[in-house]
Design a protein around this ligand. Structure first.
Ligand code: IPE
Ligand code: IPE
Ligand code: MG
Length: 248
């Protein structure tokens, strides 16, 4: 990664292993500047690089970015085709650099429904970077949590898994995220307090952080702020942490 970091961030006690980001607010960012929505999406794509660099710097091992949801097909045709073109362009322009930096690219979502040429580009990017281990960049594209669960159930039935043999671990491996651990922290930019169908199974015990900052303005210092807040959370997973001693 380029060493452009001028600010020294104090070390954190605990760093989330897996961070998911709902990159929201591109449209409003563009509108506030008098630009068309597509300019916001372009600025949003340009913001992935510095945030990914921040993740590497802070020691995050997996970054999942929500780039296109199954519900986003309901946007105007022109915006949808613009977003599709943007992914293809980004792969063409950035793949070499990401590969050189040791980024392993993964895809979470339905390939079916995406045009053939773009499917091939996605599969190529996954294949080229599959042995990289600096950080995993998991791109949730044509992703929906409900369709992910449905697809998993369909495959489980097709594989003839016996009902009694189905555990949460087995089920998790059938999801698009496969062997990735659940996200520790989910960040949403753009001010909304909802998951919008993002990692709905995997986020069961994730910490949630929302900021009004639009995605194109979410920089390394904003990421650090989210990590500081994460450090202040007490993750209990349903337990009592300061349980009283059992009376004798
Ligand atoms: C997020 O920004 C990007 C995608 C959903 C593809 P939006 O396009 O949703 O931006 P807002 O929410 O309209 O500002
Ligand atoms: C969530 O943003 C999806 C992505 C960031 C890709 P949306 O803008 O689609 O979510 P809603 O419509 O506000 O719930
Ligand atoms: Mg939005």
């Amino acid at each position: 990664m380029s060493s452009t970091a001028q600010i020294e961030y104090p070390p954190l006690r605990s760093v989330p292993y897996h961070v998911g980001i709902i990159m929201d607010g591109n449209g409003r960012w563009a509108k506030s500047r008098g630009y068309i929505r597509h300019a916001g999406h372009q600025a949003g794509v340009n913001n992935i690089r510095p945030v990914l660099e921040g993740c590497v710097e802070f020691g995050i091992k997996v970054l999942t970015i929500y780039a296109f949801s199954t519900e986003n097909w309901n946007r105007p045709e022109e915006e949808v085709s613009g977003l599709m073109r943007l992914l293809g362009l980004t792969i063409r322009q950035r793949l070499n650099e990401l590969h050189e930096q040791g980024v392993q690219i993964r895809h979470s979502g339905r390939l079916a429904g995406i045009n053939r040429e773009l499917q091939k580009q996605i599969l190529y990017a996954l294949d080229v970077t599959k042995n990289n281990d600096r950080i995993i960049l998991n791109v949730a594209f044509n992703y929906g949590g409900r369709s992910e669960i449905l697809d998993a159930v369909r495959q489980i039935v097709a594989d003839g898994i016996a009902p009694d043999a189905l555990t949460e671990e087995t089920f998790g491996r059938y999801l698009y995220t496969g062997d990735l651990p659940d996200p520790d922290l989910i960040i949403r930019t753009g001010g909304e307090y909802r998951l919008s169908n993002f990692l709905i199974w995997q986020a069961a015990y994730s910490e949630y952080y929302a900021t009004p900052t639009y995605w194109p303005d979410f920089d390394k210092s904003e990421l650090y702020k989210a990590l500081v807040e994460y450090n202040e959370r007490e993750r209990r997973f349903g337990r009592v942490l300061d349980a009283e001693p059992t009376p004798v």
